[in-house]
Design a binder for this molecule. Structure first.
Ligand SMILES: C[S@@+](CC[C@H](N)C(=O)[O-])C[C@H]1O[C@@H](n2cnc3c(N)ncnc32)[C@H](O)[C@@H]1O
Ligand SMILES: [Zn+2]
Length: 282
């Protein structure tokens, strides 16, 4: 038996077979569909539902073990608690299970109350196996899945809320999997997010930079409402280093350039949109 101690069985009628899209029946050992496709559980009970070849290395560049460990340390310390609070408020009491797309190591989903998402009604998905393994070990009341946001292994109209925090947000996929009355909630960077740490990407013109930041001055146009969360973090050297390690800034700028910025900055601006869709029509 592979069931991790304390793991709460996830509800059925949410996950779909990545080969044929039929409902997956979840057991202690794994998951099977009516067409006989089967998937074993990995350690901690996660399911690997990514099919169709290897993803390019750039897709997973943010999930190296040091990035994941840094993110866990930084988030657990509570530096981003105001974002989690705004997210939880936007999620409200959803009409069904909650799915976290690009869940990383699972911190934001774990901040929701049991009233918002009961044990067994929490699903986290990430393309990074390393992130999902880490999440599954830490949060036994959540069903974690390795899969892609762009083709969610999730049944049509099966979840009450989809959240995506600094992660891909294909809204057509979100609309497909949401139940009537359900909503998606995203957290995306605003124009000043981590500006102290963010060097201009090499070779980018001033005009291009201005255009890129202007796009961030509004929440996603698909949102029906949005809350702007802005605050300043005072960071120890260790915190600043973790923040740098866990964000894509590291990959965009080249580690040595950004390292210098980290050492120079004791404070960092957090500027985030927490955006919500209209409820899906009944
Ligand atoms: C910046 S991290 C955010 C992680 C987490 N939501 C948090 O804020 O702590 C972005 C996450 O999106 C995941 N990701 C990237 N492309 C993805 C895809 N196509 N499908 C699912 N997850 C993806 C990455 O593996 C990574 O864990
Ligand atoms: Zn199948």
């Amino acid at each position: 038996m592979v069931r991790a101690r304390g793991r709460r069985a996830a509800v059925n009628q949410v996950l779909a077979c990545p080969h044929c899209s039929r409902a997956l029946d979840l057991t202690d050992a794994g998951a099977t569909c009516a067409n006989g496709h089967s998937f074993d559980r990995g350690r901690g009970g996660y399911l690997h539902l990514l099919v169709g070849g290897r993803l390019s290395p750039t897709v997973t560049s943010g999930d190296t073990p040091d990035a994941l460990a840094a993110r866990r340390r930084f988030l657990t310390a509570g530096h981003y608690a105001p974002i989690a609070r705004a997210l939880a408020e936007a999620v409200g009491i959803p009409p069904g299970p909650v799915l976290d797309v690009g869940c990383g190591e699972g911190w934001y989903l774990a901040q929701l109350s049991h009233e918002q998402a009961a044990p067994g009604e929490r699903f986290g998905l990430d393309v990074s196996k390393a992130a999902v393994q880490m999440a599954a070990r830490a949060h036994p009341d959540t069903q974690y899945v390795v899969g892609t946001a762009y083709r969610l292994p999730v049944l049509d109209h099966s979840v009450g809320a989809v959240i995506s925090v600094f992660a891909p947000h294909p809204f057509d996929e979100f609309a497909r999997v949401l139940r009537p009355g359900g909503r998606w909630v995203t957290a995306t960077p605003g124009p000043r997010h981590l500006q102290e740490m963010r060097p201009v990407p090499q070779g980018e013109s001033a005009l291009k930079t201005a255009e890129r930041l202007a796009r961030r001055s509004e929440p996603p146009p698909e949102a029906s409402s949005a809350v702007h969360v802005e605050f300043t973090l005072e960071l120890s050297d260790g915190d600043a280093r973790d923040l740098f390690l866990m964000t894509p800034i590291r990959w965009q700028s080249g580690a040595r350039v950004a390292d210098a910025h980290v050492e120079a900055s004791a404070s960092a601006t957090v500027d985030v949109w927490v955006s919500t869709s209209e409820p899906i029509a009944k």
